[in-house]
Design a protein around this ligand. Sequence first.
Ligand code: MG
Length: 221
Amino acid sequence: MKIYKLPDDLSNSALIFDMDCTLYTHDEYAQTQTDLPINRLAQIKGKTFEQMNDEVAQYRKNWAESHNGQAISLSNTFLAFGISIEENIRWRDEYYRPEDYLEKDKQLRCVLEVLASRFTLAVVTNNTVSVAVRTLSVLGVDDLLQKIVGLDTVKVSKPEKIHFLKAAELCGCDIERCISVGDRYDIDIALPLEMGMGGILVDNVEDVYKLPDLFAGSNAN
Ligand SMILES: [Mg+2]
C-alpha cells in the first residue's frame, strides 16, 4: 500500500473505491476479463487468440512508451482496435462471470461496515454497473456500496475527470474531501491527485482490510 495524499480534514469525506483487483483479489478471474474480450476481438478480426493477444500487448506497450510509461485501460485499448465503448459494455455484461470465481468476503464486509460509519462510500469502475452490482453481491457487500459510477454511466473509460466528479456528486462531498482507492496508479490514483483528491494505491484486497486501522486515530468523526 502507498498513501499518496489524504485530506487535511477527514470529516464529511468519501472513499471512492476501484472495484476489480481492489475489492477482491483473484488472478484467474482478472485474467478472464482480458482474455475473453481479446478472444472475441480475434474472432472479429479473423485471427488466432495468440495473434490478437500479441497485437493488443504490443499496442499497450507502444502506448506506454509514448506516454511516459503510463498504462492504458483495456476499454481504451479496444477503442483503438475499432470496438466502441457501447460494444465493450455489451461484451462485459455478456462475458464476465464474477459468480463463477468470487465468494462472500466476511472480512471485507466488516471493514466496509467500519468505514461506512465514518465515510461515504462509492465505487468507480471501468466495468459496467451491472457487472459491478453482481460482483459486489457475490462478495456480500452490495448493500454497503450502492453509489456506483460504471463504464455505462459515463460512456468513457477511466481515467477521466467525469468519473470522479460524478462519484463526488453522488457522495455529496467536495472533491478535496474524496479519497480514491485503487490498484492501478495510472488509472485510479494519478488523475484524482491532480484534481485535488486524496489517493491510496493498494496491492490487493489485503490492503483494503488495513484501511480502518489506517484511519483510526485520524480526525474523522
Ligand atoms: Mg482495478
